[in-house]
Design a protein around this ligand. Structure first.
Ligand SMILES: Cc1cc2nc3c(=O)[nH]c(=O)nc-3n(C[C@H](O)[C@H](O)[C@H](O)COP(=O)(O)OP(=O)(O)OC[C@H]3O[C@@H](n4cnc5c(N)ncnc54)[C@H](O)[C@@H]3O)c2cc1C
Length: 395
């Protein structure tokens, strides 16, 4: 068993770090959120720069503009982007949707979409959940009925993250509208162009006051048939794979992100006095920092071991769900502990040296609660582990 990185991998990590030093994330304008990778901030300019570097299609076949690099290199890239807190929320989701296009898209669809996604010019969002269909996705009601050379789409999506700044939705819809047809044989994925007549995107403002999620209304939208992804009525066959990848890749950077915050908090504790005592000398603060460091490292090791399986083309069963539960539960405890380390000052808004750290920890403390719901809830992930991992009976 080999736990280290090769010289080439270390050199790749340094290359990314140097690039991020030359292009500090905070110099890029954001269209959503503020600081912080994966927790709301998104900058089209920054994503385009990643595209220009050729880092978005890093692992794709050369035929589609990729570099055919191993997944381990992609994981190192994700870790360093997380450490630098780049404004690339939903990037991992966009990445996994591109993988689904590579996996099940027609050649025509690949040629149409992959170059733009690879250059960071086409942004995708996941249009899956509906007001009455979340955990039970097969209950979705949005319909797509064939008419001439189009699908006529009607329905409503909810929670569509970043649809307002994206270009195409990965639209899950019912193409078999026979009410007696089983859900698993009725659902398809269409590439939904947000500019089509009949598409209305409305903001959902979060408890942070951010505009990150949206509701999407679809009123007689004519989606060209060539924008069907995969086979009609067979999306469910691919759904688990799409979600498994989404769950894993969206969680993979989290330990590294938390490691960076721990690094900042250690510095904060070294420099900050409470009741005349340096926080770094306060046993309760030291204990909390150490507990965080242990949990983060344990989570990071498990995620890397799953990544290693992906890199070695080993099939995933319950692992992505396990990664989601582990990382999201760790995140909840981590931000709770971080708020306790800040103590009453967590609530203070003054603009001293540590003002930004305090503000961000407050934001992430609230935001991280949503992580355990996004991409399917942690309860559903536990159900998947029970049946797929432990082979417990379904009922
Ligand atoms: C931050 C965030 C980002 C999101 N981004 C997107 C996005 O980009 N695109 C998109 O399509 N959707 C997105 N979602 C929606 C998300 O996928 C759904 O909220 C989630 O799947 C739960 O569905 P629901 O809201 O309908 O809740 P429900 O399915 O109604 O569940 C309510 C509660 O009941 C529990 N529950 C339900 N069924 C079971 C069961 N069988 N066993 C045990 N417990 C159960 C759930 O765990 C949950 O706690 C996002 C959600 C959040 C919070």
């Amino acid at each position: 068993m080999e736990f280290g990185f090769t010289a080439e991998q270390e050199a790749w990590r340094r290359e990314i770090q140097d690039f991020l030093k030359d292009n500090p994330p905070e110099k890029f304008p954001t269209q959503s959120g503020e600081d912080s990778w994966g927790h709301g901030a998104f900058s089209k300019e920054f994503v385009r720069l990643l595209g220009q570097k050729g880092w978005i299609p890093l692992t794709w076949p050369k035929k589609y503009g990729g570099a055919e690099r191993p997944n381990m290199d992609l994981m190192i890239l994700f870790e360093e982007l997380a450490w630098a807190r780049v404004p690339w929320a939903a990037g991992a989701i966009c990445w996994s949707m591109a993988n689904t296009i590579l996996d099940m898209g027609s050649e025509e669809l690949k040629q149409e979409f992959l170059p733009g996604i690879g250059k960071g010019e086409t942004i995708l969002w996941l249009a899956m959940s509906e007001p009455d269909a979340g955990s039970d996705l097969l209950a979705l009601r949005t319909t797509a009925v064939e008419q001439d050379d189009c699908f006529l789409v009607n329905g409503q999506k909810v929670w569509s993250s970043l649809a307002h700044i994206s270009d195409y939705g990965f639209l899950f819809c019912r193409t078999n509208v026979d009410p007696k047809a089983p859900g698993w044989a009725s659902i398809s994925i269409l590439m939904l162009d947000k500019k089509l007549p009949g598409v209305t995107v409305q903001p959902m403002v979060s408890m942070l006051g951010d505009h990150f999620h949206t509701e999407v209304f679809l009123d007689n939208v004519r989606v060209p048939k060539r924008h069907l992804l995969g086979k009609k009525n067979e999306a469910v066959v691919h759904l688990n794979k799409t979600l498994e990848f989404d769950r894993f890749w969206a969680r993979f950077p989290k330990p590294r992100f938390c490691q960076r915050i721990t690094h900042d908090l250690v510095q904060y504790a070294r420099e900050t006095r409470r009741d005349g005592v340096l926080l770094s000398q306060d046993p309760s603060v030291r204990t909390k920092l150490v507990e965080s460091a242990i949990e983060i490292e344990a989570c990071r090791q498990v995620l890397w071991s799953i990544g290693w399986k992906i890199d070695n083309k080993m099939p995933l069963t319950y692992e992505a769900s396990a990664a989601k539960v582990l990382a999201d539960d760790m995140g909840l405890r981590f931000f709770d502990r971080s708020m306790q380390i800040l103590g009453p000052y967590a609530y203070m808004g003054e603009a001293d040296k540590w003002g930004t750290l305090r503000k961000n920890i407050r934001r992430w403390f609230l935001w991280t609660a949503g992580d355990s719901l996004a991409g399917g809830t942690s309860e559903i992930a536990r159900n998947t582990m029970a049946t797929t991992g432990l082979k417990l009976p379904r009922k």
